[in-house]
Write a protein that binds this ligand. Structure first.
Ligand SMILES: O=S(=O)(O)O[C@H]1C[C@H](O)[C@@H](O)[C@@H]1CO
Length: 644
């Protein structure tokens, strides 16, 4: 096929085109969020049940239980861990936490441990307590000791630093808390709000995970360089050069009921004031990764937040009646004031300032709800949209509000200027529908492809036949579709693969762009496609011969001003090599260029047992005013050359 490229740009590439969608689907707690202990504050559990003690285990015959404590540490955290040392015990007695399917222990790294405690009744003994990182078989890598006071009947916080002298060979490790059995015979201690943080990105308290911090890249302040092969969340995400961050969901914004919606003001402030909530993915969210942490993360990665506000619908298909929306609209107003308000005029903005960020955060886009095309949502979205949109627009007229139902189905008033479209489909569907936006009217309406992914190769039932990890077929299908988004980026202002992150074993959704366990992050084929597009977004779109609609070969050409670069993206979904001849209308064209190619067998995938099975390979190719490139079967290529 001959591709004639035009020299006059059709439109600028929007600065927000390629970004990230995030919600907690075994991706926040235990993933992006750096806390290493699971069930750290017994949030939303039933005292006295074994479930309340999940992830905790007794050591050497200690009697542990979760109790509804009086006095509670806080109204947000009413449950405590009660430790009773039986009589007749000798040696260390106590309990341990097993983390999120394990804990990674790296020598020379300072881990910050903390907990609250009180003694129910005063006594003379002041007892040492040892907190140690150790293997499940008892090998101690590092520990710290402090003293529990026998007169401490009110809650008090203890903070310790543990710097292991050796690394663990795997993640089968626990954080153990022990006191001497003999001297504590028959005594009781109450504990709460445990926490263990390794160094976080930028050293932020309550920050993002150590594997996220750029410890792999910045001059290490620690004696131990992180396992640079593992990559890490921050490097992985930062390397995508993402332009936006949609949060907090997705389903997890909505909650199953009105009561379990994401309530922004319960996710900020000291951890002991955050009650946590049952998320929509089957586990309790600690909300340790809350609104303020998300906003700092957006600043740290220089991303535009796309902030979802709860819009009166829960996934158990309940809608707030129109005449009862007021408090929830006010909740959204207060949320937005926390983000951008004037601390001198608004108490929620003053909360932001008190947390250390007096200046407003960056905010342009607010999404009203999520997927209001599911269940009974469409039947109530017209009034929910109208009331939220009208009140928010009156209060914050400069913000851009995104609708989440199917466009004009139902008809909404006022007519939305921004829509969020989602699609989960097969690889074939993605290359067959790469032209989706070509025919959309150019009437000022803008589109956010807020969630898309090839999740299955079984068209008859994609939902129950998931790919465990992205593979070459899914990634190259997505690449074809993304050439269409790039071509139509005059009306598509943003797009994100979803979901972004998932745990390798303890997950509720596959495939994910990145997988993780307690040890490392795994980069998928789709991750590389996202990175190859995002890093090479360019500044303006150059029209060219249109690919055959529904065909297997797709391309898109952009110009990057700096360096006079022409960037050609080619997705070949055929199982045979495709030859493309490019005719470039420029006086001067470099005789060579680079071609970064991701290719492999259709089912080839990166996974924990073979994390680097498929990676992009860059080579030098011959280019010129007219040149031919042979796109390998099942491949995505980014060609970069200079021309002017
Ligand atoms: O089960 S789904 O509704 O398809 O869930 C999808 C759509 C929803 O917005 C998001 O939270 C989730 C995975 O990204």
């Amino acid at each position: 096929v001959t591709v004639t490229v035009e020299s006059t740009p059709h439109h600028p590439i929007p600065s927000t085109l390629w970004g990230l969608m995030f919600e907690d689907i075994s991706s926040g707690d235990g993933g992006l969020y750096a806390e290493l202990l699971k069930n750290r504050a017994f949030q939303k559990v039933t005292p006295g049940t074994s479930a309340a003690l999940s992830n905790w285990a007794a050591i050497n015959g200690a009697s542990i239980s979760v109790i509804a404590d009086t006095p509670a540490l806080s109204s947000a955290l009413p449950n405590s861990l009660s430790l009773v040392i039986p009589s007749g015990k000798t040696g260390p007695v106590g309990f341990s936490n097993s983390g999120f399917s394990g804990i990674k222990v790296t020598a020379g790294t300072p881990y910050k441990a903390s907990f609250f405690y009180r003694v129910p009744s005063a006594r003379s003994l002041n007892s040492p307590i040892t907190v140690s990182l150790q293997s499940t078989s008892g090998q101690v890598f590092g520990s710290a000791t402090t003293t529990l006071s026998g007169s401490q009947t009110s809650w008090t916080k203890v903070e310790l630093t543990i710097t292991p002298s050796s690394s663990a060979s795997n993640t089968n490790n626990v954080l153990a808390f022990t006191v001497d059995g003999a001297s504590n015979s028959g005594l009781t201690y109450n504990f709460n709000m445990f926490s263990l943080f390794p160094p976080t990105f930028k050293g932020r308290a309550n920050g993002m995970r150590p594997d996220l911090a750029q410890a792999c890249r910045v001059a290490n302040s620690f004696s131990q360089v992180y396992d640079h092969l593992c990559g890490n969340f921050f490097k992985a995400l930062a390397d995508l050069k993402p332009s936006f961050w949609r949060f907090p969901g997705g389903n997890n914004l909505e909650g199953d009921t009105t009561e379990t919606r994401w309530i922004w003001n319960e996710t900020i402030g000291p951890l002991e004031t955050r009650p946590g909530r049952p998320g929509t993915w089957g586990y309790i969210n600690t909300d340790g990764l809350g609104l303020y942490e998300y906003l700092l993360w957006c600043e740290d990665l220089d991303m535009e937040p796309i902030l979802g506000v709860w819009a009166g619908y829960g996934l158990s298909h309940t809608s707030v009646p129109e005449n009862q929306l007021g408090p929830y609209i006010q909740e959204a107003i207060d949320l937005i004031n926390f983000v951008i308000g004037d601390p001198a005029k608004n108490s929620f903005a003053a909360r932001r300032a008190a947390l250390g960020h007096p200046a407003p955060f960056r905010l342009q886009y607010v999404e009203i709800g999520n997927e209001d095309f599911v269940g009974s949502a469409p039947s109530t979205y017209p009034y929910r949209w109208r009331n939220f949109y009208n009140t928010l627009t009156a209060t914050f007229p400069h913000l851009k509000y995104i609708a989440t139902s199917h466009q004009n189905n139902p008809v909404l008033s006022p007519n939305p200027k921004f829509w969020d479209n989602h699609v989960y489909q097969t690889p074939n569907w993605f290359y067959q529908n790469a032209h989706q936006y070509d025919s959309y009217p150019r009437d000022g309406t803008q589109f956010f492809e807020g969630e898309y992914a090839a999740i299955s190769v079984v068209p008859s039932d994609i939902w129950n036949n998931r790919l465990p990890y992205p593979n070459i077929a899914s990634a190259v299908g997505e690449a074809a579709y993304m050439t269409g988004l790039e071509r139509n980026s005059d009306i598509v202002f943003a797009a994100a693969y979803a979901p972004l992150i998932g745990h390798t074993t303890d997950n509720q959704w596959t495939p994910n762009l990145l997988a993780h366990d307690a040890d490392t992050v795994y980069f998928s084929t789709s991750y590389y496609v996202q990175k190859m597009f995002s890093v090479n977004a360019g500044d303006s779109y150059l029209p060219s011969t249109l690919p055959t609609k529904g065909g297997t070969l797709h391309w898109s050409v952009v110009r990057k001003n700096s360096g006079n670069q022409i960037i050609i993206k080619i997705a070949n979904n055929a199982v045979n090599v495709e030859s493309l001849t490019f005719d470039l209308p420029f006086n001067t064209v470099s005789s060579t260029g680079t071609a970064e190619v991701l290719t492999g067998a259709a089912a080839a995938a990166n996974n924990p047992s073979n994390p680097n099975a498929v990676r992009p390979v860059t080579s030098t190719i011959s280019t010129g005013k007219s040149f031919t490139y042979n796109a390998p079967a099942l491949s995505f290529t980014v060609i970069i050359l200079t021309a002017y």
